[in-house]
Design a protein around this ligand. Structure first.
Ligand code: ARG
Length: 459
């Protein structure tokens, strides 16, 4: 047991209490951020005349040595320390002696941990956004290749109207684009430095908080020291953004699972991204998509867990807040893992164009267009709807599509139909007539793709 605060105690901490209280098993992952924060703090202390330049140099050299030794595996972060802050400080004192004892001047672990977690999260948000961008790029490639790949669009998982694969993928592009924007927003809002808030009430030393904030790349210091040590909103925002992102990945996964099923066969997941069965030799399962769908629950759980943990905490720091770490780390790791794997699966997935088109032709996805044909010939839409309903019933009886039904059958139900009805209900017409902004028709889709490309900075 090595702790920073034995002075006023007359007894050793109970072993179980020590273990229950300790956070080193999980906060060791931000040792680099802890050291980065300490270096900035020490530079500021020296600049303000609180430490001498020699002390500053000794401490920084010591901290850099610890950083590179941990990086290279020469120094192990062992669980004999209560937390990462204690480990770094104790190791520094061991290594450089007296000056090391001055590191914690004008600082509390409360503002220190608030800083470390922010620095860590900030780096992770950056990486998450990079992964989202790679996913967007993979989606855009499919959009560009499949402007003319017709497929059924669904509502209620029933065939509705024909769309294209490009259009369907474009919907996911929009979702992940919003995720990308959300992550950028969070980054902007969390960009304030809590260091210098002290335990809760600032410090009596003449700290230059603007300077430390700028050294650490923040746009400025936090405004209120009580809030500075006890704000975890940015984590809740991140977990909320990750929950929405995972919801999108989960919906996409669900579609991949359906499309990859024996009945649909719209796609073929690459062998490298599929798994087999230990008993059924014929099986090729979409486990990755299923796992992404399943792991979504963990990320939702992290959000719920932290919201509940935070809800009754009075100002300022309370130990409950230590509970932010494991859930946030798990959610971040999960989202990163899922994003990377999903993108890989998507990039290698085969799309079965003919099969999709075939499916679009069945199921009367062009019935709305047949009704529109009548409307264009002067029939009121409600009447047209009824007429085409009768035609559909007739086709079901005869086991035919609207494109196969002979003209005299059309004309028996409505004399308005002429030979050009076949042109009007062809897949090509159904899709390419839909050219209002955001629709699947080629002209609209090309404009959409150009905007997506611009969004990704690829002109
Ligand atoms: N491990 C603690 C946490 O994660 C660090 C802050 C400890 N501060 C304190 N006053 N006990 O929140």
């Amino acid at each position: 047991m090595a702790q920073l605060w034995g002075g006023r105690f007359t007894k050793e901490t109970d072993q179980l209490v020590y273990q229950f209280n300790a956070s080193i098993s999980f906060d060791k992952r931000f040792y680099a951020q802890d050291i980065r924060g300490s270096i900035a703090h020490v530079m500021m202390l020296a600049r303000q005349g609180i430490l001498t330049d020699t002390e500053k140099e000794k401490i920084i050299e010591g901290l850099e040595g610890i950083l590179s030794d941990v990086d290279n595996g020469r120094l192990e972060i062992t669980e004999q320390y209560e937390d990462i802050h204690s480990f770094v400080e104790a190791t520094l004192i061991d290594r450089i002696g007296e000056p090391g004892k001055k590191l914690h001047t004008g600082r509390s672990r409360n503002d220190q941990v608030a800083l470390d977690m922010k620095l860590y999260t900030r780096d992770e948000v950056h990486m998450l956004n990079q992964l989202v961008k790679e996913l967007l790029q993979a989606i855009l490639v499919i959009m560009e290749e499949h402007v003319d790949t017709y497929m059924p669009g669904f509502t209620h998982l029933q065939k509705a109207q024909p769309v294209t694969l490009a259009h369907h993928m474009g919907a996911y592009f929009e979702m992940f684009c919003r995720d990308h924007e959300r992550l950028k927003d969070i980054y902007g809002r969390m960009d304030t430095c809590p260091l210098g808030s002290g335990a809760l009430a600032g410090t009596t030393y003449p700290l230059d908080r603007d300077y430390t904030a700028s050294l650490l790349g923040f746009k400025g210091p936090t405004r209120n020291s009580m809030d500075g040590v006890s704000d975890r909103d940015y984590l809740l925002e991140l977990l909320s953004a990750l929950s929405i992102l995972m919801m999108h990945l989960s919906r996409f996964s669900e579609e991949v699972i359906i499309w990859n099923s024996n009945e649909y066969q719209f796609v073929e997941i690459d062998d490298a991204y599929s798994t087999g069965s230990s008993i059924m030799p014929q099986k090729k399962n979409p486990d990755i998509a299923e796992l992404v769908r399943g792991k979504t629950g963990r990320v939702y759980g992290a959000l719920q867990g932290l919201l509940v943990a935070m809800k009754g905490i009075p100002l300022a720091y309370n130990k409950d807040m230590q509970e932010d770490k494991e859930v946030a780390f798990d959610a971040i790791d999960t989202a990163k893992g899922c994003l990377g794997l999903f993108t890989g699966m998507l990039r290698t997935m085969g799309f079965k164009k003919e099969r999709m088109e075939e499916s679009a032709k069945l199921g009367f996805t062009n019935a709305t267009d047949a009704a529109d044909y009548l409307v264009n010939h002067g029939v009121a839409f409600r009447d047209a709807h009824g007429i085409v309903g009768q035609l559909v019933l007739l086709c079901i009886e005869k086991d035919m599509t609207l494109s196969e039904l002979p003209l005299e059958e059309y004309q028996k139900i409505s004399p308005v139909f002429e030979e050009d009805i076949y042109q009007a209900v062809s897949m090509e017409t159904c899709v390419n007539k839909r050219v209002t902004k955001g629709a699947p028709g080629r002209a609209a889709m090309e404009a959409e793709i150009a905007e997506c490309r611009k969004y990704l900075g690829e002109y």
